[in-house]
Design a protein around this ligand. Structure first.
Ligand SMILES: N[C@@H](CCC(=O)N[C@@H](CS)C(=O)NCC(=O)O)C(=O)O
Length: 291
């Protein structure tokens, strides 16, 4: 079995790839597992996916040793074309999944809907020409839809919702804005160098309001089930927690118990643990914004 580097068409033995490439979705897993990471569990449409820019051919011999049941599912009914997704590679580690909350939002949506996808990591600090041709704005995430490359997580998640309606993830309009100001407030506070400029208080006010919303409507933003608003907010809350903890030794006030429980719950979902960037990449990703 061989792995093919898609961009260069160089062929390298899988053994070489395994040594150097860990799962972009979970750095603690070796690469061969990552080839399976994008098989949403219990999906009837499982299709092989790449590790970083590495695409595996259809030999599957080692993969089937790792997770035979998923592969037999693939063999039996590979009915849906995997969605091609471009996401951010980790800062300084172009073969690991990076720290883009908008990219994770898209991956979460695909995972929750058990839609198969192939993942390609883009090094944003050294954008390849093919990527700027695909998206002249130079931003991720981007997906291929009906033969065209489509950027922007708002647009992409809407397309996914329409194309794969089950389970429905739309958040009722009256609840969709909950937590919507948390991310900009977090960024202002993180970047602030003046402890009396009110950015901390503004963030705490937004977190309190989210806590109240969850108290009244929780456990998720729209109630009993996870919806699109949670998939948008949860990666941003991870950034908040990790970056403010690291750069400001700050944590969410302990009396915001509904919010803290919510964060624990969404971050423990399998879709989330499969698609999250490692803390160190989140820290590294913010470093350039704080210089
Ligand atoms: N509104 C866009 C924002 C996407 C975005 O800002 N992505 C960042 C990475 S998290 C990016 O690609 N930045 C370009 C760069 O760093 O050069 C979305 O929702 O998809």
């Amino acid at each position: 079995m061989k792995a093919i580097i898609a961009a260069s068409s160089t062929t390298v033995p899988l053994a070489t790839v395994s040594r150097h490439c860990h799962s972009p979705l979970n750095p603690s897993l070796p690469s061969i597992s990552s080839a399976l990471k994008y098989f949403p569990l219990s999906s009837r449409f499982a299709v092989a996916a790449p590790c970083s820019s590495l695409y595996y051919d259809r030999g599957f011999s080692r993969a089937s040793v790792v997770k035979r049941s998923h592969l037999s599912t693939y063999m039996a009914s590979a009915a849906v074309e995997p969605v091609e997704v471009l996401v951010k590679a980790a800062t300084g580690e172009p073969e690991k999944l990076g720290d883009c909350p908008f990219s994770q939002r898209v991956l979460l949506t695909l995972e929750e809907k058990k839609v198969p996808y192939t993942l390609k990591l883009v090094d944003l600090s050294n954008k390849p020409d093919w990527f700027t041709e695909v998206n002249p704005e130079g931003k991720v995430p981007v997906i291929k839809h009906e033969g065209k490359w489509v950027p922007d997580s708002d647009v992409i998640t809407q397309i996914i919702e329409e194309k794969f309606p089950e389970p429905p993830l739309q958040t009722p309009a009256e609840k969709a804005s909950a937590g919507g100001k948390v991310f900009p407030c977090f960024v202002k506070f993180l970047k602030s160098k003046d402890s009396s400029d009110g950015t901390e208080e503004a963030l705490v006010a937004e977190l309190k309001s989210l806590n109240e919303h969850l108290k009244e409507h929780g456990p998720y933003i729209a109630g009993e089930n996870v919806t699109a608003a949670d998939l948008s907010l949860s990666p941003k809350l991870l950034h908040l927690k990790v970056a403010l903890g690291h750069y400001k030794n700050w944590s969410i006030p302990s009396d915001l118990t509904y919010l803290l429980t919510y964060i624990e719950t969404v971050h423990a979902r399998e879709s989330f643990t499969k698609t999250r960037a490692a803390d160190e990449y989140i820290v590294a990703g913010w470093a350039k914004h704080l210089a």
